[in-house]
Design a protein around this ligand. Structure first.
Ligand SMILES: Cc1ncc(COP(=O)(O)O)c(C=O)c1O
Length: 345
């Protein structure tokens, strides 16, 4: 069998030789004491990349979002989240469990959009009190949809008018910026805090950041320690993240072109339902017509192509820097073979 083409997620990438070299030669210190120069350099570069004053390096996107909520909200306060948000579905109800924060959801439509009026109607000023509105961009469970700056701005204005802050879960914010042909700073201009991940499309092995004002980040710092997110010679990891930020942002448009091509190829296969027009970034969601999705995923895996199913009834393929255009063509060929084997079964 040929090498596995792993399209389960953009989190599966492995660091290449140059990234490993950057890790091996990183100057490190003890970041809990505050003297790891590589972590500091990463935090500065990360804050600058999204137009915020300050940043805090954390092990995961989940911790970055949790830290944001625990810093924006006191016990009994409320955070508004999208009905299809990662925070609501995939982060182990961390903020309610650990911080006594209530999560109130507003609907994400099929393309991930949230109506500003829904946010305004959901914000509460008494008890509970809404202290933060969270937006996700790109919208993972809605096909990796990119949410435009106009929508971000309107929702920010609604939040601010009611005295709440806007937090953006920007795990894949650079994919969104590439799709919208803008830069992350412009896209995030109205956000008070932003989390983003190095370990997804950017291709680092570990790590995310929470960014915001210097005051906010200094308030978040002791909470990171409480959560067990204080790391010591984490410059080794920060070096990989810094390499990713410097070398892997511009190339995200390649992944997105590959995702488009993948969607177009899959759309022509009988039994697979894909709309290439809904592919904004690096995710392709496939539904089925007359084929069992679980059997298809298994048949595809037997043919060396891995996909996952984070949303029931659909299969997801995510492009990333470890799969090139030739790999995408191979994935299309193998998908056709898998679908045909089931149609003839
Ligand atoms: C939109 C979004 N936010 C947050 C996360 C959490 O990141 P991590 O897996 O690093 O905790 C993910 C992970 O896939 C994500 O897709």
């Amino acid at each position: 069998m040929t090498a596995v083409i792993d399209l389960r997620s953009d989190t599966v990438t492995r660091p290449g030789p140059a990234m490993r070299e950057a890790m091996a030669t990183a100057v490190v210190g003890d970041d809990v004491i505050g003297d790891d120069p590589t972590v500091k350099a990463l935090e500065e570069a990360a804050a600058a990349a999204v137009g915020k004053e300050s940043a805090l390096f954390v092990p995961s996107g989940t911790m970055a979002n949790l830290l944001a909520l625990l810093t924006h909200c006191g016990r009994g306060d409320e955070a508004i989240v999208g009905s299809e948000s990662h925070i609501l579905h995939h982060e182990g109800v961390g903020a309610p469990a650990l911080g006594g924060v209530s999560l109130r959801s507003v609907p994400n439509d099929e393309r991930g959009h949230i109506e500003t009026a829904e946010v305004t109607a959901a914000i509460r000023g008494g008890s509970p009190r809404t202290t933060v509105v969270c937006l996700e961009n790109t919208q993972n469970r809605r096909g990796g949809a990119a949410i435009p700056v106009s929508e971000m701005r309107q929702i920010a204005e609604a939040a601010h008018a009611a005295g709440a802050s806007l937090h953006v879960d920007g795990a894949r914010i650079f994919n969104a910026a590439a799709a919208l042909e803008t830069d992350a700073k412009t896209l995030l201009a109205d956000a008070d805090t932003v989390s983003f991940c190095f370990s997804k499309g950017l291709g680092a092995p570990v790590g995310s950041v929470l960014t915001g004002s210097s005051d906010f980040i200094e308030r978040a710092r002791p909470t990171r320690r409480q959560l067990g997110g204080g790391m010591r010679q984490s410059g080794i990891l920060a070096a990989a993240a810094l390499y990713a930020l410097e070398h892997h942002v511009e190339r995200l448009s390649e992944d997105q072109a590959n995702a488009k091509r993948l969607a177009e190829g899959l759309a022509s296969i009988p039994g697979l339902v894909v709309d290439p027009d809904t592919v904004d970034t690096n995710m392709v969601f496939v539904r089925f017509d007359g084929i069992d999705g679980i059997a298809f995923t298994a048949a595809l895996a037997e043919r060396g192509v891995l996909a996952s199913a984070p949303v029931p009834g659909s299969l997801r393929m995510v492009t990333h820097l470890d799969v090139n255009a030739a790999g995408i063509e191979e994935a299309i060929v193998q998908s056709a073979s898998a679908a045909e084997s089931l149609a003839n079964a």
